[in-house]
Design a protein around this ligand. Structure first.
Ligand code: ZN
Length: 264
């Protein structure tokens, strides 16, 4: 089974369409790791296409903020993100709001792939925490049992690998000193074999469709192939200027428009 993994679309419909076109013929199912809206100019179109495409989806922190759910205060966002959230609240239709509200806010364990879960941010804080260092990854490996966890939220493609330093040590991964976490190199379009042998587990991030933050402005996504178990990080160029003109028409903050050029 080949699964198209998308995350952090952030209402960038042009980027989402480009990803779907690029992935055409390469996938049998679609999973979305959240943040369908926020920042970008086309939230309604993105919610509808995600609803059409996905087999599984979780909610992200921006989705949550747009819905105005208790537990997330829009004033905790930076001013530009806050402005985009408030704008999205105004333009999102009632039916698309209801769709967004139906996305789960707890980690998902897809039936089709055993020993795997996914969440927007981290196992510890499913909507909030940024897994952006090996140390944070190590702490999180102790908090789930599956071999593989997929996350989004940081907008940076990454593969963290958890291993036991010596065979026969405790397998709790809980900071006993026996477990280590390193990062596997990612080369676009070179599938990485995910060795989930007894003493190895993985946290993987596909990067962001709609607002990459790894200095590469191209839309990011991944293909997880379960036979054999491989992860292919992919990038696709899209007409950024089209998204930017939609953002200007919506009077979204200038810096949110400019950052798309830089992949940051
Ligand atoms: Zn995001």
């Amino acid at each position: 089974m080949r699964i198209l993994i998308i995350s952090d679309i952030h209402a960038n419909f042009v980027a989402l369409e480009s990803v779907v076109a690029d992935a055409q013929g390469r996938y049998d199912a679609v999973w979305c790791l959240g943040d369908v809206v926020g920042y970008g100019p086309m939230p309604n179109e993105c919610v509808q296409l995600v609803e059409e495409l996905v087999d599984y989806v979780v909610i992200g922190n921006h989705d949550w903020a747009v819905l105005g759910r208790p537990g997330i205060d829009v004033d905790d966002f930076n001013p530009m993100a806050r402005e985009a959230v408030l704008w999205t609240r105004k333009v999102l239709t009632a039916s698309n709001r209801a769709l967004l509200d139906s996305f789960p806010d707890v980690p998902v364990q897809p039936l089709e792939v055993p020993d795997l879960l996914f969440t927007h941010a981290s196992p510890r804080e499913p909507v909030w925490e940024y897994v952006q260092t090996p140390m944070i990854a190590l702490e999180n490996f102790a908090l789930f049992d599956e071999k593989i966890c997929l996350v989004g939220h940081t907008h940076k493609p990454v593969i963290y690998r958890w291993r036991l330093e010596r065979a026969g040590e405790a397998e709790d991964g809980g900071g006993t000193g026996a477990a280590t976490v390193d990062q596997l190199p990612i080369r676009p379009e070179e599938p990485v074999y995910l060795d989930v042998s007894a003493d190895q587990r993985l946290i993987l991030n596909p990067g962001s469709v709609g607002q990459p933050r790894d200095n590469d402005p191209r839309a990011a996504y991944a293909i997880l192939d379960t036979d054999p178990m491989t992860w292919e990080a992919r990038r696709v160029a899209y007409p950024i200027d089209l998204t930017q003109s939609q953002m200007r028409a919506a009077h979204l903050p200038r810096r949110l428009i400019d950052r798309l050029n830089y992949g940051w």
